[in-house]
Ligand binder design. Structure first.
Ligand code: ARG
Length: 457
């Protein structure tokens, strides 16, 4: 097949080169963006008198037909035509003849691929945001339904202070809220239309860039044609946003893996999202959570690969930039898959409230409350901290917990202790005492849930 750019060539391309540089195997997923972009472009060419209205109409009709046939899987793409952009142009020429040779007037593949990629990124951002909202909704639902459940809060994976399970779940809600806002922000910078940059310097034709932008639903147009075709910041940004989402999903997955172990026993995963062992009949493994945790690695790798690809490139377009596609597509597919499975996992896991409460007992998790008690009796916090540390040491040596201590034991550490110290050393009291905005007290977690519901709309 003759290449669309074969004019200045005298030799056929080595078939090895075709398979080496062609991107159609993966960029074919941009077909809808490419055709919609071409339709907007050709309409503008017609309205600006760069081609006739009739020509524009014939090309547009041909593009719509082609779109329909691609969607019905009646079209085969060819690696010889390199990429989705030239496949579509070649197919159009094949179908409607020479008039289709006018489509590429005032345009280059360099601004075309920038356009298609921006459109794709914007579409996927919307889809990822939808999936994030579903995970958030699942978290809110489980948080609301488990408001009475106490669990140990950890620092250094050591039991720290009692918290509400709902509080812990809502932490992930707010992480995902930032993820969502980051994506919205990334969309703002992606939402500029690059056509008109042509190869890099702009075009000699009197085109109307604003018209194309408006027709395609862009908020604006790129400011500098060289930047327009060199810029893949929006892809790097999206891969960065996705990487942070994966950090969050991976941390939650790690907790799910821990929580579902016999050592913790805090949750039981639904069988539909667990797997068995090929040798050990008793096993039920949290593979779904492990895979989400594991897939974070490839997503971070995709970001790094693109950063490294871009960092040494002179302006403007270089073929290296074609390497953005597989990284982009893989990260998008991966994060969507992970968000989808996480929603189901959250929806179906069973919390073991008793195990969580039992895990709070005996570990001096209310030591901070006792120190705060002393502060309310006029003792400086640092001193109170030391006193309670000594009490903990005393108990540990004797295998006691706070509730085993008599008033005279307390008194031997400080005269200000009264009978009511036992109230503050209580788990539920400890939770309700953290009545600060954002804190773990029941009413404060309800506040977070209310806000979350508002954000979900
Ligand atoms: N397939 C190319 C890419 O993804 C399209 C742009 C090609 N431009 C060029 N001058 N070779 O980057």
């Amino acid at each position: 097949m003759a290449k669309l750019w074969s004019g200045r060539f005298t030799k056929e391309q080595d078939s090895l080169m075709d398979s080496f540089h062609s991107s159609i195997q993966f960029d074919n997923r941009l077909y809808a963006e490419d055709i919609r972009g071409s339709i907007a472009h050709v309409r503008m060419l017609g309205s600006c008198g760069i081609i006739t209205d009739d020509e524009a109409q014939v090309i547009e009709d041909g593009l719509w037909d082609l779109l329909e046939d691609i969607e019905a899987q009646r079209v085969e793409f060819s690696p010889e035509a390199e990429d989705i952009h030239m496949n579509i142009e070649s197919l159009l020429i094949e179908r409607i003849g020479d008039v289709a040779r006018k489509l590429h007037t005032a345009r280059s593949r360099n601004d075309q691929v920038a356009l298609d990629t921006r459109m794709y990124v914007l579409r996927e951002i919307d889809e990822i945001i939808d999936l994030i909202r579903r995970v958030q909704a699942a978290l809110v639902e489980r948080a609301e339904e488990n408001l009475g459940v106490l669990m140990p809060g950890y620092t250094h994976l050591q039991r720290a202070q009692p918290i509400l399970l709902s509080h812990h779940l809502m932490a992930y809600f707010f992480m995902l809220q930032r993820d969502l806002e980051r994506l919205e922000d990334c969309a703002k910078r992606t939402n500029v239309m690059p056509l008109g940059a042509a190869a890099l310097a702009g075009t000699t034709f009197p085109i109307d860039r604003e018209r194309v932008a408006k027709e395609l639903g862009f908020d604006g147009i790129t400011e500098n044609s060289i930047d327009a075709v060199s810029d893949r910041d929006f892809v790097m940004e999206l891969l960065g946003c996705i990487s942070i989402i994966m950090v969050h999903l991976s941390r939650f997955s790690e907790e799910i893996v821990l929580w579902s172990s016999s050592e913790f026993g805090f949750v039981t995963l639904d069988e539909r999202y667990s797997t068995g062992s090929s040798i050990m009949p008793q096993k039920r493994n949290p593979d779904s959570a492990e895979l989400v945790r594991g897939k974070s690695g490839r997503v971070f790798g995709n970001l790094l690969a693109l950063l490294v690809t871009m960092k040494g490139l002179p302006l403007a377009y270089n073929k290296d930039m074609q390497e953005d596609k597989e990284r982009l597509f893989d990260s998008v597919d991966t994060v969507k898959g992970c968000l989808t499975i996480m929603e189901r996992l959250i929806d179906t896991m069973v919390f073991n409230a008793e195990r969580m409460r039992t895990a709070c007992a005996g570990g001096f998790m209310t030591a901070t409350d006792v120190a705060d008690y002393l502060v309310r009796k006029g003792i400086p916090f640092r001193t109170a901290h030391e006193i309670v540390g000594k009490i903990v040491l005393f108990c540990e040596k004797r295998g006691l917990s706070f509730s085993d201590l008599k008033l005279e034991d307390w008194h031997s550490f400080s005269g200000v202790f009264e009978e009511d110290v036992m109230d503050v050393a209580d788990l539920d009291a400890s939770v309700s005492a953290r009545d600060v905005y954002g804190g773990t007290a029941h009413s404060r977690v309800v506040e977070q849930i209310e806000l979350a519901k508002k954000l979900l709309g």
